[in-house]
Design a protein around this ligand. Sequence first.
Ligand code: NCC
Length: 277
Amino acid sequence: TTKLSGDKLLCQLKSKSLGATLNGTEQPFSKFGWDKLAPPPPLEKLYGGPLKSCAVVTSAGAILGSSLGKEIDSHDAVLRFNAAPTEGFEKDVGSKTTIRVINSQILANANHHFNTSKMYKDIALLAWDPAPYRTDLQKWSESPEFDLFTPYMERRRAFPDQPFYILHPSYLWRLWDMIQGNIEENIPPNPPSSGFIGIVTMMTICEEIHVYEYIPSMRQTDLCHYYEHYRDDACTLGAYHPLLYEKILVRRMSLDSEDTIKAKGRVTLPGFSTIHC
Ligand code: NCC
């Protein structure tokens, strides 16, 4: 592997960004009536055109004590992950949520109360499930890792106006291929983290993206999440997900100095609409 510059990496990502989500016409999903569930406009058209500024807020414990809440809320759109709350943590993480990236455990595990929790209402949702590398859609529809399809259909019927997307598994693996193609080590075929998915998602809908506590700041800690007491360094460095490698590539694409990143825990990335390949 030759080490590509940040600009080249951005262009690679941009070239892979079309067709990121299922549109309901794919077999076997159209057979289940997904095409009649009035799928929302494609993600990149959701807000009419590119938004000026967007924030991606990871769930890392290191955001505690950052006082970044006001700055985060000043963006046109804010993306958060899974069951990460804002209530009680506004000072550090803000209170605005526009989009949530959720893995299939959130939809399938009863303890997340996907149907009733306020956390998943009145925002755009983007769900994904780790289908094995090169699995076809038929096989995946029969045995997802966690059943996201039933709750998805229910939700689309109950709230047809809520923009709710499912990531195309082939997109997940296009991202994985891109990561593997740009690092020396052989990484296991596990999908990229929700964090990486959220970052590239915002790059398709915004002109400028600020990502908070993905590249660890000087506040780096083994506290896994800002909203839980659980401690494990693997949350920041990766175990199942190729998180460390995602972070190396995002660092290379970012427009900030090492000092800013360390002090603030923030990296800036350009949106796809602003880069010319
Ligand atoms: O922990 P999780 O991720 O919800 O975090 C969201 C994203 O924030 C970034 N992160 C998080 C913690 C940390 N210390 N540093 C970070 O950089 C990562 O980019 C991460 O993706 C996931 O990716 O979906 C994940 O989900 C959890 C869990 O399923 C959900 O929180 C729901 O409870 C996974 N943990 C387990 O399954 C036990 C985690 O591996 C990945």
